[in-house]
Design a protein. Structure first.
Length: 267
């Protein structure tokens, strides 16, 4: 990640939370601790944040608490070819008329283009997904109530009366922060609370995650692997990670990335 991108992620994080630790910034930017400490020092000198012991805080904290994690716009460029292949493979599972939940995220967003040929009932908490499906497809779109989180482009609510409990889906498609033997991992408690409600409304949970997610960890577990029906990932997945899913009884679908997409990604 380039310096300007790192600074944007760091500033977004400290605006969202009262305090962000160095370790959290390292995870969000995939950078070294030394790099993050230099970034904090630079932004402190520019008076864009306040350097404090173990991390940083906003110089003008807002009343509304935000979410941990990289902004949607930053994540969108990460592993783009793999995400497109995963999105295509996910839509293959769908049939016309099916009711589905598509959780917000940059990998699940890649389902919107192949969904142009389908007519499903889609419940989503993602603004970009809802907007594209409304403008470019004939799918029915349902949105929950709640608070809008601009950086991640999603709607979340801690309350039960947000329409979620009234929607039934055969499948829920969702991304994640990481996949480990203990389960599916996410960085933010509010995200976990919202996603657990959605999981309860679906017969099958389908995880869309590029192969890098198997090497990432978070401090919070969303659900155990035995609640997951299928994981769709790319063809760089390691044998050990495939074996982990098999031992947990999780179906694995490997989405192949074309040579042209690989070349475009490398460029």
């Amino acid at each position: 990640m380039h310096e300007n991108e790192r600074h944007r992620v760091i500033l977004s994080a400290v605006e969202a939370k009262p305090f962000v630790s160095v370790a959290q910034m390292v995870e969000m930017t995939e950078s070294s601790e030394a790099t993050i400490r230099r970034d904090i020092a630079t932004l402190h000198m520019q008076k864009k944040l306040r350097r404090v012991r173990g991390g940083a805080e906003s110089v003008a904290p807002t009343a509304v608490t935000g979410l941990l994690g990289r902004p949607f716009s930053v994540n969108q460029s990460k592993h783009a070819a793999q995400k497109r292949a995963i999105g295509r493979a996910a839509v293959v599972l769908l049939e016309d008329g099916e009711s589905v939940i598509i959780n917000g995220g940059t990998t699940t967003f890649q389902m919107v283009h192949p969904l142009a040929t389908r007519r499903c009932q889609v419940f989503t908490n993602s603004f970009p997904i809802a907007e594209h499906l409304l403008k470019q497809t004939r799918n029915t779109v349902v949105l929950p109530g709640g608070t809008i989180y601009r950086e991640q482009n999603i709607i979340l609510s801690p309350f039960d009366n947000d329409v979620t409990r009234n929607f039934y889906a055969k499948r829920m498609f969702m991304g994640c922060q990481g996949i480990a033997p203990l389960g599916i991992m996410e960085p933010d408690p509010l995200v976990i609370q919202s996603e657990q409600k959605l999981i309860g409304q679906a017969e099958e949970v389908v995880i869309l995650a590029d192969s890098s997610k198997f090497d990432k960890r978070s401090s919070l577990i969303l659900c155990p692997l035995d609640r997951v029906h299928t994981v769709i990932t790319d063809d760089r997945v390691k044998d050990a990670h495939a074996a982990m899913l098999e031992s947990a009884g999780v179906k694995l679908i490997v989405a192949r990335v074309s040579a042209a997409e690989e070349t475009a990604e490398a460029g």
